[in-house]
Design a protein around this ligand. Sequence first.
Ligand code: WTA
Length: 706
Amino acid sequence: MAAAASNLPGPARHDSQGIPMHSPGRRLTTATNPHKDIHPVPDKSHIGPDIEAYKAAHSDTVGPHSDAWWAQQARENLTWIKDFSIVRTGGFPSAEELKEDNPNPPSTLPITWFPDGSLNACYNCVDRHAFKNPDLTAIIYEADEPGEHQYITYGMLLNEVCRVANVLKDMGVGKGDTVTIYLPMTWQAAAAFLACARIGAIHSAVFAGFSAESLRDRILDCGSTVLITADEGRRGGRSVATKVIADQALKECGDANPVKHVLVLSRTGSKTVASQHFTPGRDVWWHEAVANVPSYCPPEAMNSEDGLFILYTSGSTGKPKGILHTTGGYLLGALLTVKYVFDVHPGDKFACMADVGWITGHTYIIYGPLSLGTTTTFFESTPVYPSPSRYWETVSKHGLTQFYSSPTAVRLLRKLGHQHVQDHDLSSLRVLGSVGEPINPEAWNWFNEHVGKGECAIVDTFWQTETGSIIVTPLPGAIETKPGSATVPFFGIETEIVDSMTGKALDGDNIEGVLCIKKPWPSIARTIWGDHKRFIDTYLRPYPGYYFTGDGAGRDEHGYIWIKGRVDDVINVSGHRMSTAEVESALLLHNGVAETAVIGTADEMTGQAVNAFVTMKPEFSYNPTTEQALVKELVLQVRKIIGPFAAPKRIFIVADLPKTRSGKIIRRILRKIVAGEGDQLGDLSTVAEPEVVEVIKKKVADSMSA
Ligand code: WTA
């Protein structure tokens, strides 16, 4: 680090790790910037001063230095109950190690970080800040209705977390038990997550937009004895029947239902829920329970490798994967990325607009900002309620300094017009972030010009549920940005663009392949709950020696990474991840459906959209007049089985699907037809019945023009 630091010019200061902080950004003028698509480092940002500083700093965090760097970061940023002597074990297995007859298969050599250290994640996120600064706002809760906001201090958060922890203990929850959390975006979700962490229970949060069926599957998979939920949610002026859905999920668990206690937060005070959807004995009101327990609960000493949470995500097959994150490594990744990627400093008010039910909410609403002791924001509403100014009113009202959102939200607000942005004082903002899907340059530029006024750092951050925290990103003040590129690897991360045919890392510039990581980093997922073999098969076996992200990517002449999107059967709609197989399984549950093929297609607003081709069983009768109603029924089917966000944009009911002679559906052809490239299908010699293709082309053309 010292070498990097000594190279830095001018008034740059360095933090204890030698990473430059608070240096004024070097402003590239058009004369010094030969590449028109490069956005110079804005004056207003704080880490600096340029890519050379980044390169020097980064090289000191990877290769032979990486374990030592992470160990130093872990000791300086986290509070340990017992220090660790081992930094890391395990790595990504080679082809040799992955061989079936290997007597020491990779499953016996797990990845661990700081494995003999102990700490408590909740203590790191709450107590240590509450002791120092009890009146500092931990959470800005911007409720659905404008004007209904609350500030929750670290002192208040500690009190609530301890009480919920004591309630959970009284319900019999202990170390290593799982607790399912199905809560809307109320600030108490933070208390629920952290209460679990405090007593060593593993939380499994389920996004409140998931259906009863999805919730049921996730409860059964991890066997939670306690469910934490709310009477109702509020979003965009409407109520969501959270408890009714939760009850339905528990009912559907049948005899296998592991849930003994349900802790119910009264979010709206719904009388209907209280009188008709409350099961005495099993259900307990949150406010009553917390009032009857002590206000302090000591944090448990957890091994760094003890599970912190499970979060289900979609993969290539129908069954969602329970991604397991462990305590020390995950927390370190969350903390450091908030600190450096968002350039957070004392007094900042950090806002991530995601939902706590997704990984972005876990890491950038709860664990990252709170472990760093900054102020975080719970935004319960939507970007357009009650008007498209809602985000900007929220920014100016609370003086938010970082604003982390998604390309879909930016595209929507851009479409609605910049008049909604211009009358608000956004001068508090320093860093604008984007995550979840590739951001198109038009949206990037709008974000930069209209929200950032050309003065904020824009960070297009690439990461995944499995990576735990951001792994490819610009750093404010150091990395010049290009709209659409997530730019460079974060400290301690070694990316490679791997040739998908040879499995070899590609050298040089202007190359394209799949994005892989060379060495484990602390916040990488450890396993898939109950299925370690699937973890290895999904992430470590495809390209031996690497972690495989599932995304295609290119590297340009400046070494910048461009994420191209998924190369597997995952569809990304508005940053919500789902597998084609999951949607297909949901459709197949309709009793008339014979076969389905689901594909993702490019969509101007949501990035990708779900399109489904469906054939009906011969005995199921429908005609052109009833077809419309059938399509609606099928869309409802998906909403019911997965959740509203997975609803197909288009469903084409067809007589047959294009298949190979061995009966495999050729999705490539369907993708091209929907993309309007039906006249460029190429070689159709593998299609068993080529006439099927013509019928489908006509069907798609007719429905698109209807
Ligand atoms: C996609 C969300 C392009 C990618 C944090 C990844 C992105 C998947 C970006 C993970 C980005 C995420 N540019 N694509 N900046 N960020 N993705 O698990 O396909 O919900 O594999 O995690 O989102 O989605 P997940």
